[in-house]
Design a protein. Structure first.
Length: 154
């Protein structure tokens, strides 16, 4: 069986990190995702999709994302039943995030991607170092490489 969901949209509020009674970090939030089809003469429709993230993924999201941040989420769809304050039975549908990525500009969100660790131990996301820029280089910044045709094995 297959249960895979991928969405990209903007956070509708700042995500807040909570901790369960067992000490596990969790955050839940909503992502506004525009529909791909727009009826002529009407505004584009938007869906508000609930997402929950656990452990290190939750820590990463609450540390680096804010209301309005563009986010890409890969995870699985999960449903659960609960009783609301009036005693009525309700069903919640949400995406359980496995991997999250920045999608906006670097100035807007920073850089990086976080994938859920394979182990159950929550780890800090690795520091993301910026690649050097060669946009201001000139010919003196590069060295010639001696011909190695005689040394090639083919």
């Amino acid at each position: 069986m297959l249960n895979c969901a991928i969405i990209m949209g903007r956070l509708t509020a700042d995500p807040e990190l909570r901790t369960t009674s067992n000490g596990i970090n969790v955050t839940s939030f909503s992502v506004a995702v525009d529909r791909s089809y727009q009826k002529p003469g009407e505004e584009r429709q938007t869906d508000f999709i609930n997402v929950v993230a656990w452990r290190g993924t939750a820590e990463f999201i609450t540390r680096y994302f804010r209301k309005g941040s563009m986010i890409a989420i890969q995870g699985s769809i999960q449903t659960r039943n609960y009783e609301d304050k009036t005693g009525a039975r309700r069903t919640a549908v949400e995406i359980v995030a496995d991997n999250v990525s920045f999608c906006g500009s670097k100035a807007e969100t920073g850089t990086g991607t976080f994938q859920k660790p394979e182990t159950s131990v929550a780890e800090e996301p690795a520091e993301v170092s910026e690649a050097p820029s060669f946009s201001t280089a000139n010919a003196d910044d590069f060295n010639s490489v001696a011909s190695m045709e005689d040394e090639l094995p083919f």
